[in-house]
Design a protein. Structure first.
Length: 318
């Protein structure tokens, strides 16, 4: 990734990032349009098959197809393989059973999970401000869920599981470091979805209707487009500027919910959204100040972090 040469390039990078996260939101809306008529395993698998169309565009100069399977740490590569499959299934379940806004707000707990895991597994020193962000995030979650006052569903579990699985992927990236090629970690996620969901979908496989094929294509192709746009954005703007743009997805979620799915955001939900988004933004800001290893925690698709993670070849040569 090249260093930004000025304000114009940085602005271009940020605009590309906004476009990328809009594409991610449209992708999630596409899978929600299936309304659970197909199993989450089948939707995830077919979406990943369509997503393969973006693979050639995500390869950098010098990358080879075999690099998709090469890794400096096979154990973490396999953990990423499993985590992306689990996260994709959880996200599909969440978008199927919850409003888009509620699904997003719970998946956006990812930065909180990353902070906790960084302390436990990477032995990172976390200050009071980042711990405060974690507390704010979980308070926002309690406000959204309102346990004891409303019925919780498998969609809520799927959303939290999606955020948790995404956090595991971020920790894998940070643990391996810039020696790993982006295409390797990205491919670990794609292959994990294809293999694991491919096996799990067999028991309840159904032939999609023509309309469902359209939504599945949108689910996979738009996610691939988003990853490509985000990789391009990272060529112009630093990760610290790209990270906050992910919260624009909440705007799309509210719009889709209101205009397409007939959802409404009540006052507690709005307060929870503000707290969780604020928690994530505070975490990003503190990670930048403390020079925490990249990539930034990007939700709701950990594949986004795979394409903007720094490689050794991206570093300026002495």
């Amino acid at each position: 990734m090249t260093e930004p040469k000025g304000a114009d390039q940085a602005f271009k990078g940020v605009m590309l990032a906004f476009a990328a996260f809009a594409a991610y939101a449209f992708s999630d809306a596409s899978v929600k349009m299936i309304h659970g008529a197909l199993s989450p395993y089948q939707s995830s698998f077919i979406g990943a098959v369509f997503g393969l169309a973006g693979f050639p565009f995500l390869m950098k100069p010098g990358d080879r197809v075999t690099d998709a399977f090469r890794t400096s740490n096979r154990a973490l590569w396999l953990l990423r393989f499993v985590a992306q499959a689990a996260g994709t299934i959880g996200s599909v379940v969440a978008f199927t059973h919850l409003s888009m806004a509620e699904a997003f707000v719970l998946i956006f707990l990812l930065p909180c999970f990353v902070t906790i895991m960084s302390v436990v597994f990477l032995k990172e020193q976390v200050g009071i401000k980042r711990w405060s962000a974690v507390v704010i995030g979980f308070v926002g979650t309690l406000i959204v869920l309102r346990p004891g006052f409303r019925e919780l569903s498998i969609g809520h579990l799927g959303a939290v599981f999606g955020g948790l699985s995404g956090a595991i992927s971020i920790i894998c990236y940070r643990a391996i470091g810039p020696t790993e090629k982006n295409i390797s970690m990205y491919s670990a996620g794609v292959l994990g979805v294809l293999v694991i969901c491919g096996v799990l979908m067999v028991a309840d496989f159904r032939i999609p209707t023509s309309e469902q094929w359209l939504y599945l294509a949108g689910f996979g192709l738009l996610a691939a487009l988003a990853a490509i746009l985000l990789m391009k954005a990272a060529n112009y703007a630093p990760a610290a500027m790209i990270g906050p743009t992910q919260y624009s997805q909440m705007i799309w979620a509210v719009l889709f919910g209101y205009l397409v799915f007939g959802d409404h955001v009540d006052l507690p939900m709005l307060l929870g959204i503000l707290l969780i988004c604020g928690s994530g933004l505070l975490t990003l800001q503190r990670e930048r100040v403390r020079n925490v290893p990249l990539p930034v925690a990007v939700a709701p698709d950990a594949q986004a972090s795979a394409v903007i993670a720094p490689e050794a070849s991206d570093q300026p040569k002495a």
